[in-house]
Design a protein around this ligand. Structure first.
Ligand code: FES
Ligand code: FES
Length: 168
């Protein structure tokens, strides 16, 4: 039996009737039309479906939509700042850190959370922060370059509300 779900998505209130088994990924894509969130493995292995829930990266394919009652979800459609793409997105573009781009929304969101919590990560910390996001075609060198460039760009900038803040 469907249940009502109320949450905030990309800064706006959303409400929908969802099935108990409906994943957050399906809710975002099918109910809200936010197709930037990708289906990859649908098993929690690839990271293509990564979104932020209360500021923390979550695999939306293995998160039930109803688990997000009252929470704040940020998808790739919600990371732009003041009409400009996010500095992390700009850095991915500059560094050509994507080929097919299928993994990119999830990688960008993981990177946004990583740099919010650790503005100057070490190589090992970047690798750990993005370890849940698999890319099958770019190779990770350019992705690492993009994260380093984004860190430099973000240094000294105020965080965007879209990046959220952790609720510990
Ligand atoms: S689609 Fe969610 S982890 Fe692969
Ligand atoms: S750019 Fe194709 S999977 Fe990453």
């Amino acid at each position: 039996m469907r249940q009502i779900l109320r949450l905030t998505v990309n800064g706006e209130a959303a409400e929908s009737l969802v099935a108990p088994h409906q994943s957050l990924a399906d809710f975002l894509r099918e109910d809200l039309g936010l197709t930037g969130t990708k289906h990859g493995c649908d098993l929690g292995d690839c990271g293509a479906c990564t979104v932020l829930v209360d500021g923390e990266p979550r695999l939306s394919c293995i998160t039930l939509a109803l688990e997000c009652e009252g929470r704040e979800v940020t998808t790739i459609e919600g990371v732009a700042r003041d009409g400009r793409v996010h500095p992390v997105q700009e850095a991915f573009d500059r560094c050509v850190a994507a080929q097919c781009g299928y993994c990119t929304p999830g990688l960008v969101l993981s990177c946004v959370a990583l740099l919010r919590d650790n503005p100057s990560p070490s190589e090992a910390q970047i690798r750990a922060g993005l370890s849940g996001n698999i890319c099958r075609c770019t190779g990770y060198t350019k992705i690492m370059d993009a994260v380093r460039e984004a860190a430099v760009e973000l240094a000294g900038q105020a965080p965007s509300p879209a990046e959220g803040s952790r609720r510990d």
